[in-house]
Design a protein around this ligand. Structure first.
Ligand code: GLU
Length: 419
């Protein structure tokens, strides 16, 4: 019988292992095994053809020990409670690792965005925001973009919330358009952070950063910005994929031309791009491409135990949330493939979300250079803390990162007098 994949069980496995290595008893961290609040909502929407459709939405608030809940909202046909729970827990650990004063949450709506008009998308967002109104707010729970959501959607969410709240409340979401209180640098922050983490791991492993050969799965907000910044730093993007397929070129793809091509028209995909010498492959084969570094920056579960033995890269930098299954992680560890874990590698987005929220609360905006400098400082500090812990404990980088995070939350809970 095929075992049903449960992302939350996988998170619990990592949590238990980290807690065990920290010498904790279950009683010390039991609150982290259970999300504090799980909400399921039903959003009725009048579609463009006059019919009514009811969409399922979720918000899970995992841990509020260290501050207001924080985490994105994803729109995807596969969204379900177990996945949202796992993603919410990962946000608690991510915020603790980079030491932001937040707890973790995640939300989602089960919908295939490719089948929606813009009007329908807006109605779903406003309906979802209205149903979430009692449990979100600038000092309660602050959503942000995630898979298939963007600044425009955050603007609608903020407007719906503000209307109910009786005043403009920009701090209720981050990742907003700049004109509505968004932060400079937020859009590309996750991708820029991925680039920084590639640079740092190359330094640690004494591998060349400039000229390194990189394969990137995903060309959206994370993958697109990551390849842009890696290319700018002199790395060679030898393979790239999106949902339509993958392309590779042994000497490095012309990233400027590809990004320019994709941005010229809405809906353009990699399958529409062509250039001499280009090799094409199905998108699920991206992880098997010949490269020094692999960056999964699309959906979860991209690296399974079936593909892990065949991965050629020596280093994996997890741009996506949860791209590697536990079984695959064990195989990679045995094979000596180094994994920079998601809660560190993709923490650039949440870090600049935090900056955005701080700017909103102070009604003040920072120059982009200030945002980027502070982002780099915070991420490099978190990298060092996780790395040093992993080295000290003779464990994986992922375990080092989780140990730092779990310890911070458990210590805060104890100081608050929480059991
Ligand atoms: N969705 C992003 C993440 O998974 C950003 C969350 C946020 O900015 O709150 O980290």
């Amino acid at each position: 019988m095929i075992k049903k994949f449960k992302p939350y069980d996988e998170v619990l496995e990592i949590l238990d292992q980290a807690a065990n290595m920290l010498g904790l008893e279950e009683i010390d961290y039991i609150r982290l095994r259970n999300p504090e609040r799980e909400l399921k909502v039903f959003i009725p929407v009048e579609m463009d053809d006059g019919s009514i459709e009811v969409f399922q939405g979720y918000r899970v608030q995992h841990s509020g020990v260290r501050g207001p809940y924080k985490g994105g909202i994803r729109y995807h046909q596969d969204v379900n409670m177990n996945e949202v729970k796992a993603l919410a827990a990962e946000m608690s650990f991510k915020c603790a690792l980079v030491n932001l004063p937040y707890g973790g949450a995640k939300g989602g709506v089960k919908v295939d965005v490719s089948k929606l008009s813009k009007r329908e998308l807006e109605k779903i967002t406003r309906g979802y925001a209205t149903l979430l109104y009692p449990v979100v707010g600038p000092d309660i729970d602050i959503p942000a973009p995630d898979v298939n959501t963007n600044a425009e959607i955050m603007g609608w969410f903020m407007d719906a919330y503000s209307t109910l709240n009786g005043k403009l409340t920009p701090g209720v979401v981050t990742g907003k358009p700049i004109e509505l209180g968004g932060s400079l640098g937020r859009d590309e922050a996750t991708g820029r952070g991925v680039m920084l983490m590639v640079r740092e791991i190359c330094k640690r492993l004494d591998m060349p950063f400039e000229g390194s050969r990189i394969a990137v799965q995903g060309c959206g907000n994370v993958g697109g910005a990551a390849v842009k910044h890696l290319h700018k730093q002199g790395c060679k993007i030898v393979a790239l994929s999106d949902v339509s397929g993958g392309i590779s070129l042994a000497n490095g793809l012309d990233i400027d031309e590809i990004l320019d091509f994709l941005s010229q028209e809405e809906g353009r995909q990699l399958k529409d791009y062509d250039s001499p010498g280009l090799v094409r492959f199905p998108c699920n084969e991206l992880v098997l491409q010949d490269a020094d570094i692999l960056i999964p920056a699309a959906m979860g579960n991209a690296i399974t135990s079936e593909v892990a033995p065949h991965i050629k890269a020596k280093v994996i930098v997890e741009g996506a949330n949860g791209p590697t299954t536990r079984d695959a992680d064990r195989i990679l560890w045995e094979r000596g493939v180094l994994v920079v874990p998601d809660i560190l590698a993709n923490s650039g987005g949440i870090t600049v979300s935090y900056f955005e929220w701080v700017q909103n609360i102070q009604s003040y905006s920072w120059e982009e250079q200030v945002v980027n400098q502070r982002l780099e400082y915070i991420m490099v500090r978190a990298f060092d803390e996780a790395w040093n812990c992993a080295v000290r404990m003779d464990t994986s980088f992922r375990m080092g990162a989780y140990m730092v995070a779990v310890k911070r939350i458990v210590t805060a809970a104890k100081m608050r007098g929480l059991s």
